[in-house]
Design a protein around this ligand. Structure first.
Ligand code: 5AD
Ligand code: SF4
Length: 461
């Protein structure tokens, strides 16, 4: 959309409220990309004069940024929307909007249109810049509006961003996905891959670092498939070479796109590029990987892991696994377990397979019975918890550079992240949030480390 039309719509919404204060409540479901999108929605809402509220009962506008990756995620949103009917009855001026991946599916939009009259608009994730225009149509003409964008949308630069934190930020570098893994809804709801220009990315990171940001994650559905005016390894090298004191991360990577050049760039910038790699395996069985359309084999995947470990010995590895993909046999699952035991991931994120309408896997035969997939999941988690704990124990006695992230749940405690992305709890004053500190690890738990701050300059590992 052109800038003039955007600004006119922002002005129209602000004018609608005039002097009256108006508040927005934004609820975000799903992944980091949605979190990043919500920061843009919030930025636009602020431009239109909205202030933030956490309580939906106090809002003039409730915005749900939704996820469609699994059925459970969608059902959670729909049940929440059901409850909003009451709010709308109490306050007829309330506007409820739904954006995010759910609203890029025609059957969901139809369902919302027909069964949820309390929803005034939907906005698919590739049409974020049309938020002011859509809202203006609702407020001024009382018109319910359902926006579904194109498969190949353009990237809109320059949208305002209201970031949640000063010291940690996401920077989207590419959007969408071309891979069509057979189980996955993402290519249908987020469209084809498109990459931002490297100059835009470098300028955004520079200005974040200048503003005191210490931990920056380059974000993309397949971040390492970035194909702007250079490839991902080159981009990473350029971003990592910017001046300032910050740690650089990236996610999520596709295992098919990890060339040696990328590993070399990571090894070239220790202390700047986090020693961390999230490399979704999904399954350890070549037969299932082929049915998933993952474009790698167990062997090539393991070779990548080996190269990463050789180049960056301290690297923290994590993965995603799908349990109970159609046709997954005991032997297939045993192969997944074998990879889990061989690689020894620091963390895994495991999901029960959830059929997604319109994806090839949804019509594949041989569903795995619920009891079987749940038993497999339990076995996986038991094995992984032991691995996570034994890897965490290796940190005990070490002193690490930790970014103090937030006050902890208990008073006087802080939570932070190690360079590898592990969670650390330690005693410290709230004034340290946003700074790098040195923490000596005293104790390991499967999902977190506990430590004590030690004086001295933070080391770089
Ligand atoms: N069912 C279960 N898990 C899924 N994921 C993606 N699609 C599905 C699905 N249909 C998982 C994959 C992906 C992560 C973000 O979600 O493991 O890496
Ligand atoms: Fe989904 Fe596969 Fe694309 Fe990842 S690479 S978003 S799992 S289709």
């Amino acid at each position: 959309m052109n800038e003039q039309a955007y600004l006119a719509a922002v002005g129209a919404v602000a004018h609608h409220f005039g002097e009256f204060p108006h508040a927005v409540c934004i609820l975000t479901f799903g992944c980091q990309q949605n979190e990043a999108d919500s920061e843009k929605l919030r930025g636009m809402a602020h431009e239109m004069g909205y202030t933030d509220v956490d309580d939906p009962a106090e809002a003039d506008l409730i915005l749900l940024n939704t996820c469609a990756i699994r059925e459970h995620a969608e059902q959670k949103v729909l049940s929440y929307v059901g409850r909003l009917k009451e709010y709308r009855e109490k306050n007829p001026a309330l506007v409820v909007g739904i954006c995010g991946c759910m609203t890029a599916q025609p059957h969901r939009v139809k369902q919302i249109r027909e069964r949820y009259p309390q929803v005034s608009f939907t906005l698919d994730p590739a049409s974020l810049d049309r938020f002011p225009e859509t809202l203006a149509a609702v407020l001024e003409a009382g018109k319910r509006t359902f926006v579904t964008g194109s498969e190949k949308p353009e990237i809109t630069e320059g949208l305002p961003t209201a970031r949640a934190l000063r010291h940690r930020a996401w920077v989207s570098i590419m959007y969408g996905c071309n891979n069509f893994c057979s189980y996955c809804i993402v290519p249908y709801v987020r469209g084809r891959e498109r990459s931002r220009a490297s100059a835009e990315i470098l300028a955004e990171v520079s200005s974040l670092v200048d503003a005191g940001c210490r931990d920056i994650t380059l974000l993309g559905q397949n971040v390492n498939s970035y194909r702007g005016d250079c490839d991902f390894a080159t981009l990473l090298d350029r971003v990592a070479s910017l001046p300032g004191d910050f740690l650089l991360r990236f996610m999520t990577s596709h295992p098919k796109d990890v060339p040696d050049a990328l590993i070399e760039v990571m090894a070239k910038h220790p202390g700047r590029i986090a020693p961390q790699f999230h490399l979704p395996l999904q399954s350890g069985s070549d037969r299932i990987l082929a049915r998933m359309n993952r474009k790698y084999t167990r062997k090539t995947y393991l070779e990548t892991v080996e190269k990463l470990r050789r180049a960056i010995p301290d690297i923290v590895l994590s993965t995603d696994l799908i349990i109970g993909f159609p046709g997954e046999t005991d032997e297939d699952f045993a192969e997944t377990m074998q990879v889990v035991r061989d690689v020894r991931y620091d963390m895994i994120y495991s999901f029960l397979y959830s059929p997604r309408r319109g994806t090839p896997a949804a019509t594949m035969p041989d569903p795995v019975p619920d009891a079987v997939r749940k038993a497999r999941m339990a076995e996986l988690l038991e094995t992984q918890n032991a691995i996570s704990l034994s890897l965490a124990e290796k940190y005990v006695g070490r002193t690490l550079r930790v970014l103090a992230d937030a006050p902890g749940r208990e008073p006087g405690m802080l939570t932070g992240r190690t360079p590898g992305g592990r969670l650390v709890h330690f005693p410290g004053d709230e004034s340290l949030v946003g700074q790098f500190v040195r923490v000596t690890i005293d104790r390991a738990e499967p999902f977190a480390l506990r430590g004590t701050m030690t004086p001295g300059a933070p080391e770089n590992s």
